[in-house]
Ligand binder design. Structure first.
Ligand SMILES: [Fe+2]
Ligand SMILES: [Fe+2]
Length: 316
């Protein structure tokens, strides 16, 4: 019998609050309450699933590397992402989750990574744009966890992850800059930004007025709200795109002292042709949630690839 959450996490909610108020970190199940355990499992699963799925997504695009050494850089990024996923799943294992079934027996639509990874990366331009935009999103999110997390083992592991994400981001930026120097290549970089920028805006989830963060902030699973994280990401991504001359639908609003989005948002997206239907105007988040839940074109393919070896061995 697998122990229940209540059996695994012996402390009361009040005891956890006192422990955190004393400035102590949570080091394992012995310091957790059921709510804490549920919350930390949820955020670790999202993080590990995102790292894991980025591997087949980046590998698909790495085939378009212009030269062997560039392929090598892409593969070393993929290796980092697999190691990041492994950190998350190992910690989940320590928290009483059966790792094998979690990674290899879940249905594709049960994975909890952002919708953006369900849309295929079909060129080197799209891969380096993913490094510039998606890895920037990952970096913003993980730096926030690194600063704010009250779960000691994850907090410490993220010191290494942060350094590697910096390398992925630099890879993306160096290539975007280089390709922007050539007018033909720049047009292809712009085309990648046109669909990928808005998908990354979505990455940070529902706006604060729709989403209550209570326990996530209180227990220190994260420090910033969704809208604050979206702002932090724009604060990094938009100035870089402006510097290399790529148009993105956002600007710094001096009066409001915040980054403003210049297109209908959230919006309808045609995943098959990778195009935003901005002429339809802004839509409600309920419609976005339906698209997210239905997952996108590559979901079953990527999860299938990751599970194939395990499944065929189990069937043998
Ligand atoms: Fe990563
Ligand atoms: Fe990364």
């Amino acid at each position: 019998m697998t122990p229940t959450i209540e059996e695994l996490a012996p402390r009361s909610e009040d005891e956890v609050r006192e422990h955190l108020a004393a400035g102590k970190l949570v080091e394992g199940l012995q310091h957790m309450s059921p709510e804490y355990l549920r919350g930390i499992r949820r955020i670790l699963t999202v993080s590990a699933d995102t790292e894991l799925i980025s591997a087949p997504a980046y590998l698909r695009a790495a085939r378009h590397a212009p030269a062997l050494n560039n392929f090598g850089s892409a593969v070393s990024i993929i290796q980092d992402e697999l190691a990041h996923a492994h950190i998350g799943y190992r910690l989940l294992g320590d928290l009483g989750v059966a790792m094998g079934p979690l990674i290899y027996e879940r249905e594709p639509e049960q994975f909890k990574y952002p919708y953006a990874f369900d849309v295929p990366l079909d060129s080197w331009h799209e891969l380096v744009m993913a490094n510039a935009l998606y890895d920037q999103a990952g970096f913003v999110l993980l730096s926030d966890v690194h600063r704010s997390s009250t779960f000691g083992p994850w907090k410490r592991a993220l010191a290494k992850v942060d350094k590697e994400e910096t390398f992925h981001l630099r890879h993306g930026r160096t290539w975007v800059k280089k390709l922007c120097a050539d007018p033909v290549e720049k047009a292809r970089i712009q085309a990648a930004a046109d669909w990928m920028f808005i998908l990354t805006l979505e990455w940070f989830g529902l706006p604060d007025e729709r989403k209550r963060h209570g326990i996530q902030l209180e227990y220190g699973f994260k420090g910033m709200t969704n809208d604050e994280l979206r702002q932090a990401w724009m604060g990094e991504a938009v100035p870089f795109m402006q510097e290399v001359g790529i148009d993105v639908p956002a600007h710094w609003d001096e009066d409001g002292q915040r980054w403003a989005i210049d297109c209908p948002f959230p919006a309808r997206f045609d995943a098959e042709v990778k195009r935003w239907l901005l002429d339809d105007g802004a839509i409600g988040w309920d419609e976005v949630l339906v698209r997210w839940k239905g997952r996108g074109p590559m979901n079953a393919d990527y999860v299938g690839r990751l599970q194939r070896g395990y499944r065929s061995r189990m069937a043998a």
